[in-house]
Design a protein around this ligand. Structure first.
Ligand code: AMP
Ligand code: MN
Ligand code: MN
Ligand code: MN
Length: 281
């Protein structure tokens, strides 16, 4: 019986654990193969790889790319990517530049509702100065007493429609998939149940994702309900896409933990079926 987790975050993006702590936690919790998939960033992979070798688990090189599609922000996970690939590296660097500019705009919006100094505050919560995200603003807002916890900080200030939210143009779905495929990776549509799409909108997205070369959909993930496991298992089958499993773990107290997700529903083709990781069955 293997335990595979293809989606999680370290301090190189908005996770709370270093790559080493993350891998050690995964190993302790029985994970055999872990993909580190930081937002728009692959800098944590060398540390994670070394820690995985020491812990005797398989580390899969991954990334989670931020995309704008039809007015929605989507996330595309790439697994088995080559972080040294020039087009992928350049594309991710470009997204990080856009993030830095967005962070300034978020801080200006928060300033206009009386919360000053949040850019410095968010940066101080971010171990990677190139990757300041909304989660770092959220942690700063909590530390400053503006919200009870990270979830409340999003609900009050950072979610779409709230005072600190700014619209942002990420990369296109086409580019994200082509960078992943061009670096010999596999493109997985992350947590499709989290986007505010109608059923027809989800079908449009899955059709386009598949046409562009996307290979799989996250079916079992921390952000889905059991009913959504079944829903997206059916859609994956219908669109000829494989199925993936990932906790989307960020921090022990904040999110679904590593290594505790249920198996894929029957009828799914696991995205790892033909991988030679030593864990596939
Ligand atoms: P960003 O890519 O900087 O816009 O931030 C997106 C990240 O914010 C997600 O990956 C989650 O880590 C976090 N996030 C988004 N919405 C929420 C929420 N409602 N509650 C807690 N964390 C959230
Ligand atoms: Mn995140
Ligand atoms: Mn995501
Ligand atoms: Mn994620």
């Amino acid at each position: 019986m293997h335990n595979i987790d293809l989606h999680c975050h370290s301090t190189f993006s908005d996770g709370a654990l270093t790559p080493v702590q993350l891998v050690e936690r995964a190993a302790r919790r029985g994970v055999d193969a872990l993909a580190l998939t930081d937002h728009d960033e692959t800098g944590g992979l060398p540390e994670a790889r070394a820690a995985a070798a020491a812990a005797g688990i398989v580390l899969i090189d991954g990334v989670e790319i931020s995309v704008s599609w039809n007015g929605h922000t989507l996330h595309v996970v790439g697994v088995h990517v080559d972080p040294a690939n020039a087009a992928l590296a350049a594309g991710l660097a470009q997204i990080r530049l856009g993030r830095a500019q967005r962070a300034e705009r978020i801080a200006a919006e928060l300033e206009s509702v009386g919360i000053g100094g949040s850019l410095e505050g968010a940066r101080a919560c971010a171990a990677n100065p190139d990757l300041v995200g909304r989660a770092h603003f959220a942690r700063y807002l909590v530390a400053r007493g503006c919200a009870r916890d990270v979830k409340a900080a999003f609900n009050r200030y950072l979610a779409q429609g709230k005072p600190g939210y700014v619209a942002h143009q990420w990369t296109t779905l086409e580019r994200a998939v082509s960078w992943i495929n061009g670096s010999s990776g596999i493109a997985v549509l992350a947590h499709p149940g989290r986007y505010r799409l109608s059923d027809a909108g989800v079908d449009d997205l899955l059709g386009e994702f598949s046409d562009l070369g996307g290979a799989a959909v996250e079916v079992v993930t921390g952000g889905h309900t059991p009913a959504q496991y079944a829903l997206f298992a059916g859609k994956a089958r219908r669109f000829g896409l494989a199925a993936s499993v990932g906790s989307d773990f960020h921090a022990p107290a904040e999110s679904c933990d590593l290594g505790r997700l249920p198996a894929l529903p029957p009828g799914c083709v696991p995205v790892w079926r033909d991988w030679n990781t030593g864990t596939a069955s």
